[in-house]
Design a protein around this ligand. Sequence first.
Ligand code: 5RP
Length: 230
Amino acid sequence: MGWREGAKKRAALEAVKHVREGFVVGLGSGTTVAYAIQEIGERIRREGLRVFGVPTSHQALLLAVSCGIPLTTLDEWPKLDLTIDGADQVDKGLNLIKGMGGALMREKIVASAAKQFVVVADETKLVEKLGANHPVPVEVLPFALSTVVARVEELGGKAVLREGKRKVGPVVTDNGNFILDAEFGSVDALDKLDVAVKLIPGVLETGLFVGMADVVYLGKQDGVVKLERK
Ligand code: 5RP
């Protein structure tokens, strides 16, 4: 395992220490949180831990099933005890850009439903300012694609339709929508940008997670750094 995979796993193992008996846990998507999902499965086997998971994507669902984690839904549990998820960029204020895996809409819903939102990433994800050299993913209703692209340009951004890999045409999300990757450059007023983009008709969600994370574990080569909301 390379240093980065080791760092991701170390961060994930710290996050899973937040999981307690009887918890209903939001399960994020991506390669880092996958280590956390596997560890929850291990704890179920080792300790007889009783928990339920709410997956944020088909990826998380299939992995959770293969790890023996019983699943439930937001309809049964509208309030979750904890959500664990990854991130693409993290700033020191614990704001995030998420959605390079295309699961941002369910991820934001599940994070906002949780009493505690714990984020796991390797240290390369920590940045001074969100958005520098990184797009903000935006989930868009296919019908509204071109009008949203134009409106993002009016806001000073440049939106590119995310194309599939090993599939021709656009990426289609688990919700049947498209993803725009919108470059805004480094962002100062995160909450204002988030609101402005969300107000565009046809935008379903943005990958800006402002003021949502309670704890971030950043895996390093030789340990884990914990950032906590004050
Ligand atoms: C998916 C996400 C992921 O959590 C994010 O892309 C981080 O993924 P990884 O841990 O594989 O780097 O937001 O929509």
